[in-house]
Design a binder for this molecule. Structure first.
Ligand SMILES: [Mg+2]
Length: 283
């Protein structure tokens, strides 16, 4: 099921006119990154795009796993990405902090992955003052004291960076599969009580796209986004001026009732359907 009617032509136009296709990871290429399974048609679609001379990339809001772990997980699924083609919110947040202050002392709210990303770029995770940056990622074992210390630092004027911008996400943790509160909820709690600004390095905010584009040497004008998030992927693509292909996973949307910035150029049920749509438009 492709939207709008006759969307195959628009799909083909987008793919043919753009050199780079940027994929969201969770819910698009794989189930979730905690216990990933490849999405049906993912490997075939990527192979087809590469055979058309397209470059393929991954941009995910994930921070609970490090970029190295995400690269490894995608590799195990046989999706054929080179390490430099895969960027995560955790890694790009660390890159942002490094650009502001190499070797910075960071108080991180993290389940582990974000800490690894900080260390990989020479930053120093600390739990005591002095602290140069508060860096917030998702953390399913967050304690009151961690959140409170982050708040105290924000009151003192320490810049708060949120790696990722998910209010909620699906995954598996300690044997429990379900939905979990995301990093944006923690960052907004701090903003609510302190009234400080938050530097978001996560979709849909522009900064994460600019950082990723810089790493890849591409721009919004020659790229398109493929994602399953109305706000994060479609909204993010719109914010930087890229076309957006939504993967609906069979969910029905009333696009005419959505805010304009969440309406994709094309919506398809799955990556397999996107491949089918591309092939039918070409034949
Ligand atoms: Mg997703």
């Amino acid at each position: 099921m492709i939207w709008p009617e006759g969307g195959e032509r628009r799909l083909r136009e987008i793919v043919e006119s753009r050199a780079n296709l940027i994929f969201d990871a969770e819910g698009v290429l794989c189930s979730d990154i905690d216990s990933p399974e490849a999405a049906p048609g993912a490997a075939e679609l990527l192979a087809e795009l590469r055979s058309m001379g397209k470059r393929t990339f991954v941009l995910t809001n994930v921070t609970r796993k490090s970029r190295a772990e995400v690269i490894e997980a995608l590799d195990a699924l046989g999706l054929g990405f080179r390490p430099e083609e895969v960027m995560t919110a955790g890694y790009l947040a660390a890159l942002y902090v490094k650009s502001r202050k190499p070797g910075a002392r960071c108080f991180a709210i993290s389940e582990g992955g974000l800490i690894e990303d900080l260390i990989s770029l020479g930053l120093r995770p600390v739990s005591n003052r002095p602290v140069d940056f508060v860096v917030i990622g998702s953390n399913r074992k967050l304690s009151y004291w961690e959140l409170n210390f982050a708040m105290e630092l924000a009151i003192e004027g320490v810049e708060v960076v949120c790696a990722g911008a998910s209010p909620i996400f699906r995954g598996e943790f300690m044997g429990r599969r379900g939905v979990f509160m995301g990093e944006e909820a923690f960052a907004e709690a701090i903003r609510h009580v302190v009234g400080c600004g938050i530097t978001y390095v996560g979709k849909p905010h522009r900064l994460i796209f600019e950082l990723a584009f810089g790493q890849w040497g591409v721009g919004a004008g020659d790229s398109a986004m493929v994602g399953d998030g109305l706000r994060s992927d479609v909204g993010g693509a719109r914010a930087v001026g890229m076309p957006a292909i939504l993967i609906t996973k069979g969910e029905e949307f009333r696009f005419e009732e959505l805010p304009k910035e969440w309406v994709p150029d094309v919506a398809v049920g799955s990556l397999a359907e996107m491949l089918e749509g591309l092939r039918s438009a070409r034949s």
